[in-house]
Design a protein. Structure first.
Length: 159
């Protein structure tokens, strides 16, 4: 999954799309945090295992290499925006999940539904990647754009 996000980062760097570059870097950090959480159980800023901080240093390096090093202090806000968006990937009803699976199937992607915590998760069969609900998914783009404006990286006029 991280390789897929890294490919997205390379593509957005070529397109010089600052918002999508930030999104890709935050996605990589989000996946890093998930792997640390799986290894350790929970992650907090007080985690002294070194692994969490090593991952944060890697993300700082990606930000610096992409020319976005000055927004390092905004990374946590980006993580919250991506997490909020990721929570909208889940379908709220079984009917929404069936509809979403049919859309993916029509585009050649096999998937299946799992119920978790009263929500319905669409998983791609080949790698169990969580797919986006076709009904209520909200991308983090607007929130990430606001973070970059607040950071002074882009102006309010940039789309």
């Amino acid at each position: 999954m991280i390789l897929s996000e890294f490919d997205e980062l390379v593509l957005t760097l070529r397109e010089n799309n600052v918002i999508e570059v930030f999104d890709a870097i935050v996605d990589i950090e989000y996946l890093n945090l998930q792997s640390v959480t799986r290894l350790k159980g929970t992650v907090s800023t007080g985690d002294t295992s070194g692994r969490y901080f090593a991952n944060k240093r890697a993300s700082h390096g990606l930000l610096s290499a992409s020319g976005l090093g000055r927004i390092w202090s905004y990374l946590d806000k980006g993580l919250l925006a991506v997490h909020k968006s990721n929570m909208t990937k889940f379908c709220l009803t079984y009917d929404d999940a069936i509809y979403t699976c049919s859309k993916y199937f029509d585009s050649g992607t096999e998937c299946y539904i799992e119920e978790k915590g009263g929500r319905f998760v669409i998983l791609r069969k080949r790698d169990k990647k969580v797919m986006k609900c076709a009904v209520n998914y909200k991308p983090p783009t607007d929130d990430l754009r606001k973070i970059l404006i607040d950071a002074g990286v882009i102006s309010d006029e940039i789309n």
